[in-house]
Design a protein around this ligand. Structure first.
Ligand code: SAM
Length: 273
């Protein structure tokens, strides 16, 4: 399975090189995945928020959990993913009741957080994709959560955008969003810093921590290169730490993914005042 994945990625890297620019991201998300989510309106068939976040059924996948690849049901995988997200974000934000997700898509993570501890008074999802924002608003309305969960459009590369005001004094999460912005890591970190969040949590793959002695990591390495995904988040944050601009509080690989590759690392930092 891993060897097959390796071969597929190598071939794609040679035959279809990708440049991850705005056009590529729009085609994959706004006009692709989020358009499909918005037109599919899966939430209309869900009686509870739990059914939406952790879809019942026996559809299965090969996923990575604890750095091992398993055949598991979607339901089991999304139950696990939801529990990890609630646990790590909860532990890293003990005094917070409000959180902003940058590049939050239609709010899959915010709806998962709302399912957990009742600590969140306000969850705000910001994304460049209009289709994702529209879907997020419809989902929040369907489950009667518009007071708690709201959405707005924001291009996180545009530091002048007033929507950045939502970050001031709040905890900020990114989950596979900076993955899309390898060419703009510094700009994004600067924009987040300028906006004055209390604490920032990234759940993002980190190229810098891959071990090339492990076939699993080699497969992820090749996948990241072929998709032109993020490869400098951790080194950029370390550079900001050396300059005294941020304090990195935690770096820990989480070793789970909905496929056999591209598992994330948990990085938590605070701005230095
Ligand atoms: C892999 S998806 C992750 C979505 C969400 N965090 C999740 O876990 O379901 C990446 C998201 O980043 C968003 N994105 C990409 N570039 C962005 C930008 N410049 N500003 C804001 N969002 C952006 C995309 O529209 C997409 O929703």
């Amino acid at each position: 399975m891993l060897v097959e994945e390796f071969g597929r990625n190598l071939l794609a890297l040679i035959l279809y090189p990708v440049r991850r620019d705005r056009k590529t991201v729009d085609a994959e998300y706004n006009d692709g995945r989020w358009q499909g989510i918005l037109s599919g309106k899966r939430w209309l068939g869900c009686k509870t928020l739990s059914d939406f976040v952790i879809p019942p059924g026996d559809k299965w996948r090969i996923a990575k959990v604890g750095n091992k690849c398993y055949r598991t049901s979607d339901q089991e995988y999304y139950r696990y993913r939801t529990a990890v997200l609630q646990d790590v974000v909860g532990k890293l934000t003990p005094a917070c009741t409000e959180l902003v997700e940058l590049g939050g898509g239609y709010g899959a993570n915010l709806f998962a957080l709302a399912l957990g501890e009742k600590k969140w008074n306000r969850l705000i999802g910001l994304d460049i994709s209009k289709n994702a924002i529209q879907a997020g608003r419809e989902i929040a309305s369907h489950f009667g959560l518009t007071q708690q969960i709201s959405f707005d459009t924001l291009d996180i590369i545009k530091g002048s955008d007033l929507t950045f005001r939502h970050l001031r004094g709040r905890a900020v999460l990114t989950y596979y969003c900076l993955e899309q912005l390898k060419h703009d890591t510094r700009i994004v970190i600067e924009n987040i810093l300028k906006a004055g969040p209390s604490r920032v949590i990234h759940i993002e793959p980190t190229f810098e921590l891959l071990h090339l002695s492990s076939l699993k990591d080699v497969v992820t390495y090749l996948y990241i290169v072929r998709k032109d995904y993020q490869d400098n988040l951790l080194s950029t944050l370390k550079e900001y730490e050396r300059k005294g601009k941020v304090k990195v509080l935690m770096v820990e690989r989480l070793y789970y993914a909905p496929t056999v590759r591209n598992d994330p690392t948990l990085i938590c930092w605070e701005p230095c005042l």
